[in-house]
Design a binder for this molecule. Structure first.
Ligand code: NAP
Length: 248
């Protein structure tokens, strides 16, 4: 058995830790190579794209991969589509680790947005001090907004962002509720923009917004390709159970 973990998430990192601790299963983690100093998972790691679904299928054969775990982010739609096609082409089983989406509580003030452009339109209407927790690639939609000051948090930032008025905060989760609450208060944030990533590592900002009675523009997940033969499971525990069962 030789498992490929498509990673770039906290869960993928945890999965590699667990497999390394446990021993007995060969595995390799794959990172897209977007962050300059990624948190390096335990065990073997490769970095960079495969060259589409065909490239991945070729790579799976060359590397004699027997099982694929797609533990990429819920918004990594392209990689997930490629994983389904490549696993089918290479004839290897695929499991999707997909953390459940967050759901609004009664005391949450969420406004749903289908994508970054819709979130930007809502921000333009609202203006003021806005906490943006999106990736660099999603900021273009906010470029024309002149009535807002953005606080942008990212793991590493390019020299300039395509925003007219902003401050950058470099940080990597997980974040605590106390720190998030302090951050929102210190920066006099009036609105939070987040993707519905799910999971615990970045949930504290949502809880902090609730406590401070702040609205959250919540960008919904893109549709994710799922092969009927490759189920989605919600937790690292479930992946370990699947691998253990497949190893028998
Ligand atoms: P994406 O749009 O679905 O994928 C774009 C391309 O990036 C893929 O076609 C693939 O290139 C390459 N790629 C993506 N994930 C890869 C991986 N784990 N290993 C090797 N190549 C990978 O992905 P994305 O949304 O840009 O996310 C990129 C990475 O950041 C992923 O690892 C994801 O888990 C992580 N991440 C994403 C978000 C987010 O909000 N999107 C948030 C946190 C972390 P080829 O076609 O050349 O193979």
């Amino acid at each position: 058995m030789r498992v490929l973990i498509l990673g770039g998430t906290y869960e993928a990192f945890q999965l590699a830790e667990r497999l390394a601790e446990q021993g007995g299963v060969a595995f390799i983690s794959s990172l897209a190579g977007r962050t300059r100093e990624p948190r390096r998972p335990a065990g073997e790691v490769r970095t960079g794209g495969f060259g589409g679904a065909e490239g991945l299928a070729r790579w799976l054969r060359e590397q004699t991969i027997t099982h694929v775990v797609n533990a990429t982010h819920p918004f990594a739609a392209q990689m997930s589509t490629n994983a389904v096609a490549a696993a089918a082409a290479a004839g290897v089983p695929l499991l999707r680790l997909l953390r459940p989406a967050w759901t609004a509580r009664r005391d949450d003030r969420w406004v749903a947005a289908r994508h970054a452009a819709e979130a930007a339109e809502l921000c333009r209407r609202e203006g003021g001090r806005i906490f943006l927790t999106l990736g660099t690639g999603e900021l273009d939609a906010f470029a024309e907004i002149r009535n807002a000051q953005f606080l942008v948090r990212m793991i590493d930032a390019p020299e300039r962002l395509p925003l007219s008025d902003y401050r950058v905060l470099l940080a990597r989760g997980p974040f605590s509720l106390q720190d998030e609450q302090r951050l929102l208060a210190e920066h006099h944030i009036g609105l939070v923009v987040a993707k519905n990533s799910g999971g615990e590592a970045t949930y504290a900002k949502i809880e902090a917004a609730r406590r401070l009675d702040l609205p959250v523009i919540m960008i919904e997940r893109p549709p994710i390709a799922l092969d009927p033969r490759s189920p989605a499971v919600p937790s690292v525990e479930d992946v370990i159970a699947w691998i253990t069962q497949q190893a028998r």
